[in-house]
Write a protein that binds this ligand. Sequence first.
Ligand code: DX5
Ligand code: ZN
Length: 216
Amino acid sequence: MNNSIKIAPSILSANFSLLGEEISKLDKTDCDYIHIDVMDGHFVPNLTFGPTIIKSIRHLTKKPFDVHLMINPVKKYLQDYINAGADIITIHHEIDDNVIECIKFLKEKKIKTGISIKPKTSYKVLRKYLNHIDIVLVMTVEPGFGGQSFINSQIQKIKNVKTLIGEKKIKIEVDGGINEVTAKESIYAGAEILVAGSSIFITDDYQNNILKLKKY
Ligand code: DX5
Ligand code: ZN
């Protein structure tokens, strides 16, 4: 098993009517983070949850909350997500707010900070963020929904991001369509954090499904 690979189950695929139990169940597994997809029905065509729900599940695990904000605007809500217990906050390059200002705000609050790019966004836009961030989140599906197929062209993008990062201590996270096959391809391309919804929640044995993704 590759211990440098971190797994972040996306609770978008959890049973929302049993959300607390789902978090407690993940807490007993070897997953590394809890990935929380915040969607506003505007930046993406789907609506999920906000800080109140995140706060309500915070006490159920000590695992870091990896909060993926698919919202626009973002800046005026950042403090709410910090208050709710986010450990990592990832925002999108494609928002209207000044991204550098958002990053500075998060870093001042000592929050691990990620920048995500959608599949059609060039990796080159990341250059201006590299001195400030901890994570690059490469979307391997169009953000909005779980259960979509991995977009293969993003493998080359992961490789390009890896080269761009060079010696900097920035981790590459991938999100969307991650299963045993695409996990392996993404890891070989340079990804170290794998987000997975469907392939973890597909059966009751979350631990086994998590270990399957870690084995490369
Ligand atoms: C999509 C979300 C993903 C999604 C992944 O916009 O950001 O985190 O839940 O789900 P799967 O693994 O099913 O593609
Ligand atoms: Zn996500």
